[in-house]
Design a protein around this ligand. Structure first.
Ligand code: IPD
Ligand code: CA
Ligand code: CA
Length: 255
C-alpha cells in the first residue's frame, strides 16, 4: 500500500462530497437536457460538476492526470497518477428527479485503480475503498452479503434491454433465475451490492469512468469484479457479485 493512500482517500472523499453538493443545487429543478453524439443526455450539472473536480485536482495535484466523461483526458506529468471522474452517473435518474444518481471518483496509479468512491448526495450515502485499506459504507466497514443461491439473489441492472440485446440467451436465463430484479441501477446499484443490500449488479455497456471506482470497492468488500466474459480488468462491461454467486452467473455467459 502506498503511504500516501490514506491522505489521497481523504482528499478524494472531500472532493466527491463537494461535487455531490454541487449536483444537489440543480437536482429536482427544471434543467435543459442536451443529447451527446452517443445519444446519451447531458446537463449543465454534469459539466459544472466535472469542471469543479478538474479545477480542484489541477490546483492541488498539478502532476496528476485526469480523465473525465465530459471533458476528456489531461495526461499526467510523470507521476503515474490519473483521476477518473464521472460527475453524474445516472444522468437519466438525475433529470427524472430520482435520487439514484451518483458521483463516481477513482484514482489510478500506473493504470490500476487504487481508490474508488461512489457518492449519492441526496440520500447522503457513500461507499469508498482504498486498496489494502478495506471498503466502507458511510464510515463503517462494509462487505457483500453471502447469498449463494441464484434463485434467491437480488439482481440489479441499469437497462435490462441492453443485456438482452447483447447477451440474449444468458440475459434471459439470468432474468428468469432471479427472485428479485430491479433496474434504474447505474452506480447506485454497486453501492447497494457493496453495502450488502443486493447481490448481483451487471452492465454490458461501460466506460472507464463508469468502472474505475468499482473494482477497488467491490474487491475490498470481499466481492468479485470482472467483465461479462470473466476478465478481471477494466473492460467495457461489468459483473459484480460475491465469490459464490459470481462463477454461477459467469457460467451462463460462457455457455
Ligand atoms: C451510464 C451509466 C449506465 C451505463 C451507461 C452509462 P451516465 O452513465 O453508467 O449504467 O449502462 O452505459 O452511459 O451517462 O448516466 O453517466
Ligand atoms: Ca456513467
Ligand atoms: Ca455521467
Amino acid at each position: 500500500m502506498s503511504p500516501e493512500l490514506p491522505r489521497l482517500l481523504d482528499y478524494a472523499l472531500a472532493l466527491a462530497r463537494e461535487a455531490g453538493t454541487h449536483t444537489a443545487r440543480h437536482f429536482g429543478k427544471p434543467i435543459e437536457v442536451e443529447t451527446k453524439s452517443d445519444l446519451s443526455p447531458v446537463t449543465v450539472a454534469d459539466r459544472e460538476t466535472e469542471e469543479l473536480c478538474r479545477r480542484r485536482i489541477a490546483g492541488d495535484w498539478p502532476d496528476h492526470g485526469i480523465l473525465g466523461e465530459e471533458f476528456g483526458t489531461v495526461p499526467d506529468r510523470g507521476s503515474g497518477f490519473q483521476w477518473v471522474i464521472d460527475p453524474i452517473d445516472g444522468t437519466k435518474s438525475f433529470i427524472s428527479g430520482l435520487p439514484l444518481y451518483t458521483v463516481l471518483l477513482a484514482l489510478l496509479k500506473d493504470g490500476k485503480p487504487i481508490l474508488g468512491i461512489i457518492h449519492q448526495p441526496i440520500l447522503d450515502e457513500t461507499v469508498w475503498a482504498g486498496v489494502g485499506l478495506g471498503a466502507y459504507y458511510n464510515g463503517s466497514p462494509t462487505w457483500l452479503r453471502q447469498q449463494a443461491d441464484l434463485s434467491k439473489a437480488w439482481l440489479m441492472c441499469t437497462d435490462p434491454t441492453h443485456l438482452l440485446h447483447e447477451y440474449p440467451s444468458a440475459g434471459l436465463e439470468l432474468f428468469n433465475s432471479e427472485s428479485i430484479i430491479r433496474s434504474w441501477g447505474d452506480g447506485y446499484c454497486y453501492l447497494l451490492v457493496a453495502s450488502g443490500r443486493a447481490d448481483i449488479m451487471n452492465d454490458p455497456r461501460m466506460n472507464l469512468w463508469d468502472l474505475a471506482c468499482l473494482k477497488p470497492i467491490i474487491e475490498e468488500a470481499g466481492g468479485i469484479f470482472s467483465d461479462l466474459e470473466g476478465n478481471p480488468g477494466l473492460g467495457s462491461s461489468c459483473l459484480v457479485a460475491n465469490p459464490s454467486l459470481h462463477p454461477t452467473v459467469l457460467r451462463l455467459f460462457r455457455k
